[in-house]
Every structure is written in C-alpha cells, then in structure tokens.
Design a protein around this ligand. Sequence first.
Ligand code: UFG
Length: 341
Amino acid sequence: MHYLVTGGAGYIGSHTARHLLRPPGSRVTVVDSLVRGHRQAAERLQAADPGRGTFVQLDLRERPALADLMARVRPDAVLHFAAFTLVGESVSNPAMYWSCGVGGTSSLLEAMRAAGVPRLVFSSTAATYGAPERMPISEDTPQRPVNPYGASKLACEEIIRGEVEAARRERRDFSATMLRYFNVAGGSDDGLRGEDHAPETHLVPSALQAARGMRPALQLFGTDYPTPDGTCIRDYVHVEDLAAAHVDALHALRPGSCEAFNVGIGRGFSVREVLAECERAAGRPIPVEVAPRRDGDPPMLLSDPARIMSVLGWAPRHRTLGPMAESAWRWMQANPRGYAG
Ligand code: UFG
C-alpha cells in the first residue's frame, strides 16, 4: 500500500506516518509545507526505512503542483493532517485558519478525485463540538464550534461528507473517515518523535519546559472552574494510540462509507492532576503561577469512545497519564530544542 500523508512532518502526522511504514512493503509520501512541520521529522521517517518514505515540500493550496503529485503517486489512501491547530491563533487570525483548512482540504479533494484516489482519513477535532453541557461527548452530540479552528474543521468535515455523497451518486469509489481528537500528549516509543511547537501552548510540554527551567513557571489558567479541584478537565490520548487509531480507521474504510469517530480514552484528568504526573515523570517540582482563565476554555471535555472501540476495535494501550508524561519527558530531555537540536 502507498499512503500520502499531508502534514506528515508535524506532531501527529509524523507519528502516524511511522506506523504506516510498519508493514513490510508499504510506502509513505509525506507532503508538508514546513510552515509548522519539521524537515527533520520527515528525514527521520526516510532514514527509518530508506526507499519507502518520500518527502515533498508543498502547500496543499498549490493546486497544479498537488494535482501533478497526486497523479504521479496515485496513493491507495490519503491521511490528511495538514492544518494550523491553535485555538487562540484562530481567534486572532480567522482568515488564515479558513484559508488553510478549507482551501487546503478542497484542493486535496479535487486532486484526489482527478487521480481516482479512493480513501481518506481526516484529522478532525473535539473543537467541532464547542462547549457542550452534557458529558461525555458522543459522535451524536451537536457540533457547535465556538472558535474559527473548530468551525473550519467542521466545514472540512461537511465538504468531505459532500464528496462521499457525490461519489455515491456517480458510482465512484470514494470513502472517508473523520477522527475527532481530544487532547493528545506524549512522544514516540523509540524516542525519535515528539511535540515541537513554536510557540508551545499545550499543557504537557509547557509544564515540562517549566520543569527544565526553559520557562519561569507554568501558568495555570483558572482555578475557579466548577470541577472538583477547580481546574479544567480534559481527556488525554497518547499520540502512539492516536496514530494506531488512524491505521484502524484505514482498514475499516469500505466503498461509499463516511464515518466519524471520537478519539479519547473516556477518562478525564484535571490540569492539577496532569501537573502532578509531569512532576513525577520529571522527578522535580514544577513552578506554577496561577493565572486568570484562558478565553474559550470549557471546564470539561470528555469523550465517549464507545463507537471507535466497538466499530474499529480500537483500544488505547495507555489509559493513564504516566506513559504520556514519561515519553514526553524522554523526548524533551533528548531534544531540548526540539527537532532543530
Ligand atoms: N493549560 C494551562 N496552562 C498552559 C496550557 C494549558 O493551564 O500553559 C490548561 C488549559 O487552560 C486547558 C488544559 O490545560 O484547561 C489543556 O490545554 P491545552 O492547550 O493543552 O489543550 P486544549 O484543551 O486547549 O486544546 C486541545 C487541542 C486543540 C483542540 C482542543 C479540543 O490542542 O487543538 O483540545 O478541544 F482544539
């Protein structure tokens, strides 16, 4: 099988690309603009198995170049990760999120259609649900995004759904799966991949940076939420388990199918619980500075993972925070400056 992975030089895309190369004989072409992705992540993939991993630097909105590439590679399936992913940034620069998300996705779908590529797994997000009151969140929970990041991902889901319906009517073979991620953390089992964002805003790497003295303190955004310890609760999934979910989703695609699955473990952890686990992994205290609530943070986001478990047979290997904090710490200790180091 030959897979084309957009955003394959980014955090989740690079972990998934490595999983896709595991079966002997499989091939992966990574497409990444390198605006947020890392050339070194793509190079590590190529080095893991020379000849089976290829890297092409391209923005998906470069339509003719993408169409050429798709026609040349003719992959069996596309896994589409390329996107900007910061909620706060999407609020201050919505046009950038709509252009990259919707522009990139529609260009990709056109190229796939022209080349007759039949399978797509799309990287969606729990942010498409917004801030629902009832927990846990199932796939049937109404999607009411509260920021441009979630809204643009939901628009991409709708475009993809429309493409599957059009293909069904025209008796073309095209199917898609949307994976709606909750919070993702951790690094790869082999220590070669991990989280490297600039600026880093996510809780686990930010806390570990504070543990290493790379920032003065972890700012704890809000201690007055209606939760047992007053801090926000999130559902964290290990990045290796999330990568495995993509492989399961690929295997389950059937002609004409269009499905969405939540990817979370179905357990919530508060910010204070995450910090305690990060301190354990780092073996040192983390300086914390209590700060006001961050705009747009819902008190609790908790996934109901029943559907992905029963339909895809996906089961997370890690159901606790420990392995996520430990693998993230190992990655940061070995690569304090991320891939650039
Ligand atoms: N937090 C802090 N201090 C920090 C960073 C985070 O207290 O320095 C808190 C946040 O307020 C939040 C929790 O830690 O309560 C988790 O925050 P993250 O920034 O790590 O993750 P988010 O829940 O904001 O966002 C994640 C993904 C998004 C996705 C969203 C889905 O990063 O891409 O989940 O709901 F949209």
